[in-house]
Ligand binder design. Structure first.
Ligand SMILES: CC(=O)N[C@H]1[C@@H](OP(=O)(O)OP(=O)(O)OC[C@H]2O[C@@H](n3ccc(=O)[nH]c3=O)[C@H](O)[C@@H]2O)O[C@H](CO)[C@H](O)[C@@H]1O
Ligand SMILES: [Mn+2]
Length: 297
């Protein structure tokens, strides 16, 4: 007897059987609120891409390059074209005070770059913090109708390995590469109760990097709006959180749990630095001479 199958062969994909028993044992791959923590070996790249590809997504990706940080643009964009959400529609938004210095970078199919001119600021702290307000306005005025997801990244990074659809989620944070194995009382949270970024000793989940976060437009709009408001209130009270918007981001993620966490593979310390748990470096910080590259100490 001939057995007819109703499963269309067009959608068949052969991949290893998932195990209900075996996974990574050297790292945690889920938070206490049941959000996945993405590490190499916890997902099947081909399978996850095929699921997300059917959704015809656009991923907005923002970076800022003001002052001497324009030197990082070329490597960032060229390496992103090699490794970052390859095969997906990606729209980069680059904020800079020197649009004339943006290098020509060859973009793949369905990939585009929009350069937005912004005023320079005198302190690196202000440049870094001001990103929240610029992002809030960009999302509110343009992106809400134009993209499905957004990632907001530092420019002083270079991609070395796959950053794919496994990174997509409603609200996504990245575990900071210098603190993933620290006790929470050692985290560099803001510890002064006068700041809205205040997190008391004995509280907190992870220490999240300010250099990368993302999610849906609606969720990231709420994040940037809240952080911008809290930065403004702190400024009016003459207090600046220890790590500026990164401190406020950490407070936000404490109160609004991310639905997905990316491991430090997604914002690693540097390409020549190793650690037992890091099986692949996807994005690494580019070494920089802080005194030389920043406008103030
Ligand atoms: C890994 C990580 O999470 N790093 C955080 C950390 O050090 P970082 O050393 O990563 O900060 P940074 O110097 O890269 O500054 C953050 C970003 O601001 C932009 N920029 C900064 C200065 C300037 O003159 N021109 C310019 O364009 C640029 O996009 C840069 O990538 O602390 C910063 C300040 O609070 C941010 O929270 C960073 O995200
Ligand atoms: Mn940085």
């Amino acid at each position: 007897m001939e057995i007819k199958t109703c499963v269309s062969t067009a959608y068949r994909l052969v991949y290893n059987q998932p195990s209900a028993l075996v996974g990574r044992t050297d790292v945690a791959s889920v938070t206490p609120w049941s959000a996945p923590i993405i590490w190499e070996g916890t997902f099947d790249p081909t399978l996850i891409d095929s699921i997300y590809k059917q959704q015809n997504l656009t991923i907005a990706t923002t970076v800022f390059a003001l002052g001497k940080y324009t030197r990082f643009i070329k490597d960032f964009l060229e390496s992103a074209e090699q490794h970052y959400l390859v095969g997906f529609r990606v729209h980069y938004y680059l904020f800079t005070d020197q649009p004339e210095s943006v290098p020509e970078v060859k973009m793949g199919e369905n990939r585009s770059l929009t350069v937005l001119t912004v005023q320079s600021l005198n302190r690196w702290q202000d440049i870094s913090m001001n990103r929240m307000e610029k992002l809030e306005k960009l999302i509110e005025n343009e992106l809400v109708r134009e993209a499905d997801y957004i990632f907001c990244l530092d420019i002083d990074g270079k991609f070395y390995g796959r950053w794919g659809a496994e990174s997509l989620g409603r609200l996504v944070g990245v575990i900071h590469p210098w603190f993933y194995n620290f006790q929470r009382n050692q985290f560099t949270y803001e510890r002064r109760p006068e700041s809205l970024a205040y997190i008391p000793a004995g509280e907190g989940d992870y220490y999240y990097a300010g250099a990368a976060f993302g999610g849906t437009l609606e969720d990231v709009l709420n994040l940037t709006k809240t952080c911008r408001e809290h930065l403004n209130i702190d400024a009016a009270n003459s207090i600046e959180a220890l790590w500026q918007e990164e401190s406020h981001l950490n407070k936000y993620f404490l109160l609004n749990k991310p639905s997905k966490l990316l491991s430090p593979e997604y914002m690693w310390r540097g390409i020549n630095i190793g650690a037992a748990q890091i099986k692949i470096v996807r994005l690494a910080n580019v070494p920089k001479n802080y005194a030389e590259v920043r406008p103030n100490p």
